[in-house]
Design a binder for this molecule. Sequence first.
Ligand code: AOF
Ligand code: ZN
Length: 369
Amino acid sequence: MTSSQPFQFDPQPIMRRAIGLAKKAQFQTDPNPMVGAILVDQSGTPLAEGYHRKAGSPHAEVETLKSFKKTPKGSVLFVTLEPCNIFGKTPPCTDLILDKQVKTVIVGCKDPNPKVAGRGIQKLREQGVEVIVGVCEQECQDMNRVFNKHIVKKLPYVTIKAAMSLDGKIAMASGESQWITGCEARKDGQRLRSQHMAMAVGNKTLFADNPRLTDRVSESPRQPARVVFSSKGNIPSDSHFLNRTETQRIVIAGANIAPEVRTQLQQAGVTLIVENNEFPEIPSSLAELYNLGICSLLVEGGAQLISSFINAGMVDCFQIYVAGKIIGDDDAPAWSGNSNIRSLAEVPSLTFEKVDKIGDDLKITGFLA
Ligand code: AOF
Ligand code: ZN
């Protein structure tokens, strides 16, 4: 944190409260970030607060400052993300802050959006506003991992979800797989679906399990778009996937998809992405999904699809559920496979963020290091 002026109050608890406000809109602001703001007086007493509720709605600063014609002398605005200086769906927050004559702005972290990226801070400073950057910086950054990725890379944030035995198996050699993890862990896993804009499975999983690919446990689910990676595009005619729903259904197929299959999918209302190669490539498929407005993708399996994502180095987060069961059979399928890497130094490795106990199972959250 860079500060020229000591305050009569500790800024961190106020910023933490602003983070809490921002998180009230968790999973509701896509493609925008979560942002919270609090206006305090010189002694740190709150005067007003607000948060960004959803894309297209007023920004956190607007929600906070709207009732003031001019803010009281010496007021300090806390905001978890750098105020924007751009016209998006809404006008620039920097202009509002100047108009309301805020004396000091305390920013959690810079806006990674290349259109902002420090220019909001610069503009305020040029106009004589004192700006302090970096209070609870890491927490402010971490709450917007999805936004931070997609706005810079122009690709969806990818989470792999897998449920397995302690020895990494996802089924018995016979194919029996229901259920390895318990009911609580399975519910938790289903909630992840509402937390992403889309979810994906491979064709084999569709054939084997005929999954519904919906969240049936959250109180107010946000059903994700459903994506199937299928080189031939041959979706079983009795699959749940072909039932029309409000959410978008997408098939990512290879270049050799038969013309009649193409027509069938289109007639079923499925959005079809046809890749240039025989098998869909992960980077180009993700770029196509981003073009369709998908900022976060949950990949649920099977092992082949998961391996393709890992091998392409295109995974951001892992949510791994581990049951205390040991299947112990070489013929039982593992949760990932097909790697060409032969040296331990080169294997993908995860940084573990946390481990939770859910029912009788473990849930490991990690990031590709
Ligand atoms: C802020 N405060 O509360 C948010 C910001 O289309 P718009 O007008 O909503 O602008 C979206 C961009 O504004 C978004 O990509 C990000 O850079 C910034 N979000 N900025 O000052 C807010 N939500
Ligand atoms: Zn703004």
